[in-house]
Design a binder for this molecule. Structure first.
Ligand SMILES: Cc1ncc(COP(=O)(O)O)c(C=O)c1O
Length: 469
């Protein structure tokens, strides 16, 4: 995908900041000087600086220019990552996900699923109809509890393209990624056990942890470097952690992507500490540029990595179908899969098999990735235009979330109250942790096209945040 000139320039300046050439507090060359240096227009340089401002890498001092930001990122306080948290959720999950407001009156930026305008409705409905016509009453019988063999083969074949070696006979078809995580955690933990999770962490996974009565150590996702493996290492030296749950590719909500080195390092930490890795690869197919990122499983020979995914994000969440490859924990996982009941609907299994086994899936993904990247860029532009100075957000390389930090002076409670009244829905940052760390953040989902009404809703929310009170 083409990079804009301002993005190239921003990336160049960013590399000088991260590489130590421009130190914290360093005054950056003026917009005019950069115009000469990069042989481009003033507005292109301005956009590059705006981009860096948005990322929180530089700050602008009126009438003085741009400086490398001196204030450190909000890291957890010393020892905070070592804290075991009892999963007491301040938020009522039902209130976050329920339909207690008139949907038609809402502009939704809170639903992490392909929106109405991007959903591959035709592909799914046409294939479902074909399946029902051709298979008929055979679809009304029990299917194997671990899933249709041909579907497990098709998923295995696809995973091989991104160097993820799965075995069809050790794959469990589940009714989504969340169920796969439930099975994986149940297979390796008992109530009271301590596990490590990402912080921030998707609230539905927090809910599973609460139901299973586990305790957690929250490992921060750092703004630029992602999952803090050194903090996990430190936590391992204090606690006997049973498992770590991670989303290495396009984490929800930060969009962070682990490099291959980080994936290897995390695996090494898990192996040293005999700790299972529950790897959630649900967003792996939704990369904007380059190649499909690989998984931690790609590097694993130990069987400690339990990888899962689903088609909820890449096709549609209403087709309840995911999978779990439980590695060395297969027999425990298989028992749990069986104990929690029925197999996934044969209609869904046969439908997904046809789509994944044909060129239709890749064709859909190619278009979908481009659409998502366009929505991402537009969302970043709108935030830059409508939200107050000091609002921070990192640009993701895939997935469909923006993790937006409002300026510190913003009263987020009144911001959400206003948004609820105005019919704009975001997910509050406080939903992503058992701690109080993210009150200043919200998650914006960009998995649908902008309509004039949706853009106006974002403008309203931004204007409210920008009004001094
Ligand atoms: C990171 C992550 N894991 C799991 C899920 C749930 O996936 P599924 O619908 O396949 O159960 C979601 C959905 O929001 C998610 O973002």
């Amino acid at each position: 995908m083409k990079q804009y000139r301002y993005e190239e320039i921003a990336a160049d300046i960013e590399s000088k900041i991260t590489g130590g050439q421009y130190l914290p507090g360093h005054k950056l060359p003026s917009v005019r000087a950069q115009k000469e240096r990069y042989q481009t227009s003033l507005s292109t340089i301005q956009s590059a600086y705006d981009d860096l401002l948005l990322k929180g890498l530089v700050e602008s001092v009126p009438r003085s220019g741009y400086f490398v930001r001196t204030r450190p990122e909000p890291l957890p306080k010393a020892g905070e990552t070592m804290l075991i948290r009892d999963p007491v959720f301040r938020n009522n999950l039902a209130a976050i996900t329920s339909e207690n407001l008139q949907r038609s009156a809402l502009s939704e930026f809170n639903v992490a699923a392909p929106g109405d305008l991007l959903l591959p409705q035709q592909l799914l409905l046409k294939t479902m109809q074909q399946v029902i016509r051709e298979k008929g009453a055979a679809l009304l019988k029990y299917y194997p509890a671990n899933g249709l063999a041909a579907l497990r083969e098709a998923i295995t074949k696809r995973a091989a393209h991104y160097n993820t070696r799965l075995q069809a006979n050790e794959l469990l078809i589940t009714d989504g990624a969340l169920q796969a995580i439930y099975i994986a955690l149940s297979a390796v933990c008992a109530p009271g056990d301590v596990i490590a999770i990402e912080s921030p962490c998707i609230f539905s996974v927090l809910e599973v942890i609460r139901v299973l009565r586990l305790k957690v150590v929250e490992i921060p996702i750092q703004p630029r470097t992602g999952f803090d493996i050194a903090a996990l290492q430190a936590a391992c030296s204090i606690h006997a952690l049973k498992a770590v749950v991670v989303t290495p590719n396009f984490h929800n909500p930060t969009g962070a992507l682990m490099s291959d080195e980080q994936k290897r390092w995390l695996l090494q930490v898990a192996q040293t500490n005999n700790m299972a890795i529950i790897e959630n690869d649900i967003y792996g197919e939704l990369f904007f540029n380059g190649q499909r990122p690989c998984t931690i499983r790609s590097f694993d020979n130990s069987g400690l990595v339990m990888t899962c995914s689903s088609f909820a994000k890449s096709l549609a969440p209403g087709v309840r179908l995911g999978w779990l490859s439980p590695g060395r924990f297969y027999s425990q996982a298989e028992q749990i899969r069986f104990a929690i009941g029925s197999a996934v609907s044969p209609v869904y299994q046969e439908t997904i098999l046809r789509i994944v086994d044909s060129s239709a899936y890749e064709k859909h993904l190619r278009t979908f990735r481009q659409q998502l990247q366009a929505q991402c860029n537009q969302s970043l532009r709108l935030i830059k235009d409508y939200f107050p100075a000091g609002t921070r957000v990192a640009k993701p390389q895939g997935g469909y979330h923006l993790w937006v930090q409002l300026p510190e002076q913003q009263d987020t409670a009144s911001f959400y109250r206003y948004c609820a009244q105005a019919g704009v829905r975001f997910t509050p940052g406080s939903a992503f942790s058992f701690s109080n760390r993210y009150d200043q953040y919200f998650r914006l989902v960009f998995a649908d096209k902008y309509t004039p009404a949706k853009e106006a809703a974002l403008r309203k929310a931004g204007a409210y945040a920008a009004t001094p009170r």
